[in-house]
Design a protein around this ligand. Structure first.
Ligand SMILES: *Cc1c(COP(=O)(O)O)cnc(C)c1O
Length: 476
């Protein structure tokens, strides 16, 4: 493809993008594809010679599009949102065109310096203290892995990297029973073994019980196990649980334990001063992660990872003697040893486009709407006979179930399982499920950037309509 053809095709694609986004509501949210149906339409081997773009694009529409789930659909209420926005897409077009590897300052000074600046903007926007320096990771999972690795090194006097874990005392990592699976994955990858992971019980609001954490730390100390790390969650994936940071932080300081805060989803809400109670005690945390690619209009991937001691992160991950000694606030740095991969995309650009395009106030308005509509939805659920909340509204998340009379626990689980399948096959909305304290529940997550109040109303109407059908036919 020469540049003239590129110009033509690119203009055509922009028209396609606008048509797609402006009519997305007419599509079923979740792809109706069955397993293997897309692969069956793709040739088993690559073409010998070049094919015209026209043919490739025809197959994109014919084969690929029916196999897509539409995450930017305004009635996408599943998982957590994966936000995007026109300015973010425009920045991604530039990033792809520049196609730079931004691992060192000198491999693209602008990428490095903008990352530092934009992450300091975001730090202030989120109400995080000035002792934290930021870096963009591909995902919250990577940030949490980095945290567990630094904690491991700190707890072993930097010996695990040198001599291997065989030469070190057994370590323990604590997180709530509501925490994301990425914590267990990090513990396993770090070589600590899943048996090093302690799941701390949560209370009736799904928040980690600090008294239970204290008990588990004491028990480990008595048994000769070294407490290395606590991963606190702000906004647990299933239930929205918000761990008590101040109490957890005090325990961590008392026992010299590394404290990482996983706010992958809920962290964006810190843009709102009224939610900042969540980070009461953040000065005690060693690191913090949140994903603008979830709830801040920024395309995947963009996970922001703040650390109090960049020198420790670099010392853990660098394969050369540490050459980064301070947080270097406001200065350019080489980010190559702030994460697992060496190569880095220019991801700060889209965050810069997004923050400037919407301003703090525009982003706050979106978050406030989503939170208000989630509270409204909770009120509708509570006011509807035959339904109940299973976990209360937290920011943009709640879970609920259909509860007609005359069914035992197993019957209710089976009915709600059928309901979520019925809803997602229907296609007007998309919800996912969870097991909360042994009960099958439907999660309703409001956070898509284009969702309006009417979409939430429509979503609730679809749930009621299909629940009625499922209840009516349950004995058929
Ligand atoms: C989504 C989520 C993660 C994982 O995020 P990735 O960026 O996909 O790794 C981790 N923790 C919590 C609380 C989450 O909600």
């Amino acid at each position: 493809m020469n540049l003239e053809q590129f110009r033509q095709e690119a203009h055509g694609l922009v028209d396609w993008m606008v048509a797609y986004l402006s009519t997305i509501e007419r599509r079923p949210v979740r792809s109706p594809a069955t397993p293997g149906s897309i692969a069956a339409q793709l040739p088993a081997a690559a073409p010998e010679g070049p094919e015209p773009f026209e043919a490739i694009f025809r197959d994109f529409e014919r084969i690929v599009m029916p196999g897509m789930t539409h995450w930017q659909h305004p009635r996408f209420f599943a998982y957590f949102p994966a936000n995007s926005s026109p300015p973010s897409v425009l920045a991604e077009m530039l990033t792809a065109t520049l196609a730079a590897q931004c691992m060192l300052w000198q491999t693209s000074p602008a990428a490095s310096e903008m990352e530092g600046r934009v992450l300091d903007w975001l730090r202030q926007m989120l109400g995080l203290d000035a002792g934290l320096a930021g870096v963009i990771q591909d995902s919250a999972s990577s940030a949490t892995l980095c945290a567990v690795l630094v904690a491991r090194e700190r707890a072993t006097g930097w010996q695990a990297n040198e001599a291997g874990l065989g030469a070190c005392p057994p370590l323990a990592v604590y997180t709530s029973d509501q925490a994301h699976s990425s914590v267990e994955k990090a513990v396993r990858i770090a070589g600590l073994g899943r048996s090093a992971l302690r799941l701390v019980p949560s209370d009736e609001r799904f928040a980690m019980r600090a008294d239970a954490l204290a008990g588990m730390i004491e028990a480990d100390l008595r048994a000769g196990v070294k407490p290395a790390c606590v991963v606190a969650t702000l906004g647990a994936t299933g239930t929205g649980g918000i761990d008590p940071l101040a109490a957890i932080g005090r325990l961590c300081r008392a026992h010299d334990i590394y404290l990482h805060v996983d706010a992958a989803w809920a962290g964006s809400a810190l843009l709102l001063p009224e939610t900042r109670w969540m980070i009461d005690g953040i000065e005690q945390a060693d690191s913090f992660v949140t994903n603008p690619h979830k709830w801040l209009r920024t395309n995947f991937d963009c996970s922001v990872h703040y650390v109090r001691r960049p020198d420790e992160l670099v010392r853990t991950l660098s394969v050369m003697p540490a050459y980064l000694t301070g947080p270097g606030t406001g200065q350019a740095v080489d980010y190559r040893d702030w994460g697992i991969p060496l190569g880095r995309r220019f991801r700060a650009l889209k965050l810069w486009f997004v923050i400037r395009s919407y301003g703090i106030s525009g982003l706050q308005a979106m978050l406030r709407d989503h939170i208000a509509w989630t509270r409204e939805l909770a009120a509708w659920i509570e006011a509807t006979p035959g339904f109940e909340l299973v976990s209360p509204p937290v920011l943009g998340l709640l879970s609920f179930r259909c509860r007609p009379s005359g069914l035992d626990a197993e019957g209710l689980d089976a009915l709600n399982r059928r309901l979520v399948e019925r809803i997602n096959d229907d296609g007007r909305i998309y919800l996912t499920q969870n097991i909360v304290r042994g009960r099958f529940a439907l999660r309703f997550s409001i956070g898509q950037a284009t969702t309006e109040r009417r979409h939430v109303e429509e979503g609730w109407a679809v749930v009621r309509e299909l629940a009625e059908q499922v209840v009516r036919t349950r004995n058929v």
